[in-house]
Design a protein around this ligand. Structure first.
Ligand code: ATP
Length: 364
């Protein structure tokens, strides 16, 4: 999927690498290996600085996101390549919330971009669908909604307990994500934008989404814009994904619909995402978590992280390199040079080595 924002005019890039926990520590080095091959072949400088934030550090030092980390990332880096967080030794997942939500909220990464792109026909569970049928982008609002943590308990632990979770939607927040979706479509020559909400039931919060959508859409008259309730969208995207180019929705619905999309395009091991603030330090990560059940076995699929790296390259303005990287992933799928979750026999590192060689040849 092509991207929009150029962070630094496409010259040198400084990348913060945060592998995190579990298989994050296995897939991220492979993505960095491939990125080094890309940068070397393209003769463009790319610097990687690794940060050891995650469960080990949290358990050892009681530190999740160190003091000053946000400022350093904001001022000294172009982008972050993130692995995954989550460890059975930290049942509360406190460190994960501190780090990932801390970065998303404090760096105001308001766009969660989740491309849904089928890279090989055999990977979709949908009958008779092929690569050309499943190619869309989901933009999830990433800075407010039900995820801001506003709410509370009343009479907690009693039979009369009440729990309240507020859905926070600001006009500015709704407008900027809707505009981003339209701009993305315009910039990439895509013809259709679908805004999805539940305004028939959520008649305050999503009434705002309706009004903002109606105000913004006339500015993009060349784009066919439509609205679907989220339940209808869930049905339609499975029935016929060819209807969609760009989908924009709130934080909660975006979380769910993009996971549905991930399954349509081959599952968690392949799905990438970007947490973006246009023009500012942004974060790219595979969609999957730390997968403790397979961590340390050397069989984690690194393609989600590699595809997230391709998104990062686009964000940095390295377009030809991003295309080459995506082609290399496509070739790995064609030749079944993949890990067991995709039906292959390769180990994580072997997939990384193969991709690095492939992009080197491609970019020479
Ligand atoms: P978390 O709580 O951190 O999100 P999780 O284990 O609950 O982690 P995921 O890691 O997202 O959930 O993945 C669920 C399952 O999917 C894993 O247990 C694993 O079996 C499989 N899986 C996820 N990512 C990969 C991958 N990159 N390669 C192979 N299998 C994967």
């Amino acid at each position: 999927m092509p991207g929009i924002p150029l962070r630094n005019g496409g010259t040198a890039a400084r990348i913060a690498v945060i592998p995190g926990d579990g298989i994050g520590k296995e897939v991220t080095p492979e993505a960095v290996k491939v990125l080094r091959a890309v940068a070397g072949s393209a003769k463009r400088p790319m610097e990687f600085i690794e940060f050891d934030w995650g469960a080990d550090k949290f358990l050892r030092e009681g530190v999740s996101l160190p003091v000053g980390a946000i400022e350093i990332l904001r001022d000294e880096f172009d982008a972050m390549l993130f692995g995954a967080l989550g460890d059975p030794r930290v049942p509360s997942n406190q460190h994960a919330a501190d780090i990932l939500l801390g970065l998303r909220f404090k760096l105001d990464l308001y766009v969660n971009a989740r491309p849904v792109e089928l890279l090989h026909d055999r990977l979709t569970p949908l009958r008779d669908r092929t690569e050309k049928d499943i190619r869309l982008m989901v933009f999830r609002e990433n800075s407010e909604g039900l995820y801001v943590g506003v709410g509370g308990f009343f009479k907690k632990g009693t039979a009369d307990e009440i729990a309240v979770q507020e859905d926070v939607n600001s006009r500015k927040g709704v407008e900027r994500i809707i505009r981003y979706a339209f701009e993305y479509a315009r910039h990439n020559g895509l013809k259709r934008v679908c805004m999805s909400d539940k305004s028939n039931a959520m008649n305050f919060a999503h009434d705002l989404w309706q009004r903002v959508f109606k105000e913004v859409r006339p500015e993009y008259a060349e784009i066919d814009s439509r609205h679907l309730y989220i339940d209808t969208l869930a049905m339609e995207i499975v029935r016929d994904p060819r209807q969609f180019d760009v989908i924009v929705t709130c934080n909660l619905f975006g979380d769910i619909i993009s996971d549905l999309g991930a399954q349509l395009a081959g599952g968690l091991g392949l799905a990438p995402s970007g947490n973006i603030h246009p023009g500012k330090t942004s974060l790219f990560e595979p969609v999957h978590g730390s997968a403790p059940n397979i961590a340390g076995k050397g069989i984690a699929n690194p393609l989600g992280s590699v595809l997230a790296s391709a998104m990062m390259l686009e964000f940095l303005g390295w377009k030809p390199e991003a295309v080459a990287l995506r082609e290399a992933v496509r070739a790995a799928l064609q030749e079944n040079h993949v890990t067991p979750d995709l039906g292959g026999e390769k180990r994580t590192q072997a997939v990384g080595d193969w991709l690095a060689e492939r992009v080197e040849v491609k970019l020479k």
